[in-house]
Design a protein around this ligand. Structure first.
Ligand code: 5GP
Length: 204
């Protein structure tokens, strides 16, 4: 059986990644996803075990040392990481998985599993719109917003390391998700991934 593919989707803060990925999941109900571990506090409305596993820095370090984390980063003072066992189990069973992670982690996964990983960066149409979206969220202090904006701009600057860059136009999350869906389909049709099927023709 073919292994599943890992679709790494990075959306710098303000890219609207959450809404787009939720729409993509509706289009691909069988796709696996991974709940990350983080040391940041839950935002209002977020649920432990659903949005993230909210854990202490001590526990995070323990998981890192124990090799239980596939990739990780420190982002705005908090650790974020993908627990290894669940992600590996999903792709070994032949299902694709989506990892919604930032640039540093995305590149770690690509380096670790280059044949199985497809990286996509989702971006806001321009910098002004990015800032509007960050301020509009209204749950963070000005300092945090500035840090996030700065990091988002730096992250977009690293887009050259990605396989795909997709713009999320304001109010068009469905359209954006449809673009991601076409990437998922196209990646499965790559010759390298269809090779065994093609070769089976000549073997008969
Ligand atoms: P937030 O605090 O807004 O939920 O997430 C901040 C950033 O951390 C986002 O860019 C998000 O994609 C990223 N992130 C969330 N989980 C992980 C993870 O497991 N690994 C990495 N590398 N980044 C993550």
């Amino acid at each position: 059986m073919n292994k599943g593919l890992i679709f790494v989707i990075s959306g710098p803060a303000g890219s609207g990644k959450g809404t787009v990925v939720a729409a993509l999941r509706e289009m691909l109900p069988d796709i696996g996803f991974s709940v990350s571990a983080t040391t940041r506090a839950p935002r209002p409305g977020e649920v432990d075990g659903v949005n993230y596993h909210y854990i202490s820095r001590e526990r995070f370090t323990e998981m890192l040392d124990g090799g239980e984390i596939l990739e990780h980063t420190e982002y705005c003072g908090n650790f974020y990481g993908t627990p290894k066992s669940e992600a590996v189990r999903v792709i070994e069973s032949g299902r694709d998985i989506i990892l919604e992670i930032e640039v540093e982690g995305a590149l770690q996964v690509k380096r670790l599993l280059p044949e199985d990983t497809v990286t996509v960066m989702l971006i806001a149409p321009d910098r002004a719109e990015l800032e509007r979206r960050l301020r509009g969220r209204g749950t963070e202090t000005d300092d945090v917003i500035k840090t996030r904006l700065q990091r988002a701009v730096t992250e977009v600057g690293l887009a050259e390391n990605y396989d795909y860059v997709v713009i999320n136009e304001t109010g068009k999350a469905e359209e954006c998700a449809a673009k991601l869906l076409s990437i998922v389909k196209a990646e499965h049709s790559k010759y390298s991934r269809m090779k065994s099927t093609v070769e089976a023709y000549s073997a008969e």
